[in-house]
Design a protein around this ligand. Structure first.
Ligand code: NAD
Ligand code: ZN
Length: 361
């Protein structure tokens, strides 16, 4: 399966499925890069680097280098970014070389940012290995963290191709499946009521989703994200819809302490809250109780961390880099598949938050 993505700065293809690793081989054969640098993390490197290398054409074998970074968010540090650049310089990568980002969203963000900035920008290919990366590998956002804030340093840089070989997903721990799957549910909620219905009737256990179901859900998720990104590459308009569930989600992630609650778990809780807000503020007609039961059954706790405090949460939601005034901006749903952005005042947010808390207990 191939999805073509058009943005104002570049067109590229996403290849997805259990049989698409050869698309990497074909791409590398048809575009003659001078050198290849695979950036991967310790976990993915150990499990899958051997298989990835089998897809690199023989003609590149002496010009292919691998650089292993720490797993998870630790990859997105300045020191690792600098070390990756040093490695690329030492190995003599030039402007016609290509970086292969091989891993989850963290490696994708780091390797994408390395390629965006190395010699003012060189090509890169995304080979995502997590469910979450169906989201992060498409759209061209790259970056690293600053001690004062996540994803604060970065740039837009679109890949040459995305090779989403879903066999790599089979080694994902359940926590990571759950984290990534929340973004797939988000894509359905903001853009496609029939996809949501498909998910709710076919996915009952995250450990045993059928390959064809998962591939379909990820493919639709990518199409939805690609469609939004192609209308708004640099996030001045509709791209904000992708932030559904994230306004509260980010606060949950940080108040729990990064890494304690996964991104997707926090976003799922944020999405349920945004559904409550949508019902209260713009009369969304949707059976939220049924949806809550569905996601709880998949293992989403919908819990608010103990250290969470509404006043502080309100302050940080207002500071969010997506907010322009002194009121937080929320993505709400008029109906499933029809998002809008609204600024909401503290009083109403707090009132709905109390209702949400008592319902999820
Ligand atoms: P991740 O890259 O940290 O991966 C999660 C964990 O799973 C890591 O420990 C990793 O080593 C392991 N892992 C990866 N693939 C595996 C596999 N196939 N089998 C077993 N283990 C595997 O996390 P993620 O959830 O993929 O991505 C989160 C990151 O993505 C965050 O840094 C977030 O900021 C970023 N993100 C970026 C965008 C974007 O548009 N650029 C969008 C959403 C999220
Ligand atoms: Zn997200």
């Amino acid at each position: 399966m191939k999805i073509d993505i058009q943005t104002s700065s570049k067109s590229y293809s996403v290849y997805i499925g259990n049989d698409c690793l050869h698309s990497l081989t074909t791409h590398l054969e048809s575009t003659r890069y001078t050198k290849l640098l695979i950036i991967t993390d310790e976990t993915v490197g150990e499990m899958h680097l051997g298989e990835l290398i089998t897809a690199i054409p023989q003609s590149y074998k002496t010009e292919t280098y691998s650089y292993i970074v720490p797993s998870g968010e630790n990859a997105k540090q300045f020191s690792i970014y600098e070390a990756s650049l040093s490695f690329a310089l030492e190995k003599g990568l030039d402007r016609k070389s290509c970086i292969i980002a091989f891993g989850g969203g963290a490696v994708g963000d780091l390797a994408g940012f390395v390629s965006a900035t190395y010699m003012r920008g060189i090509p890169f290919i995304q080979v995502p290995t997590t469910i979450l990366a169906h989201d992060s590998a498409v759209g061209g956002k790259t970056g690293i963290n600053h001690p004062l804030g996540k994803n604060m340093i970065g740039s837009f840089h679109q890949p040459e191709a995305v090779i989403y070989y879903t066999e790599f997903l089979k080694t994902l721990p359940e926590k990571e499946i759950r984290s990534g799957f929340a973004e797939a549910v988000k894509h359905a909620l903001i853009a496609d009521a029939s996809l949501l219905e498909f998910i709710m009737s076919n996915v009952t256990d995250l450990r045993s989703i059928k390959d064809e179901h998962l591939n379909y859900i990820l493919q639709r998720g990518i199409e939805i994200k690609a469609n939004i990104v192609s209308q708004d590459e640099r996030e001045t308009g509709v791209r904000a819809f992708l932030n559904f569930g994230h306004t509260l989600g980010h606060v949950i992630e940080s108040s729990a302490g990064y890494g304690k609650v996964s991104h997707g778990e926090a976003v799922m809780t944020g999405m349920v809250y945004a559904l409550y807000l949508s019902k209260e503020m713009i009369n969304l007609e949707f059976n939220i109780t049924e949806f809550e039961l569905f996601v709880k059954n998949l293992g989403y706790s919908l819990e608010i961390p103990e250290r969470f405090e509404f006043d502080n949460a309100f302050a940080s939601m207002t500071r969010d880099k997506k907010s322009y005034s002194n009121q937080p901006r929320f993505v709400l749903l008029e109906k499933i598949g029809t998002p809008i952005v609204k600024e909401l005042d503290k009083e109403r947010l707090e009132k709905v938050f109390s209702a949400f808390l008592s319902s999820t207990k």
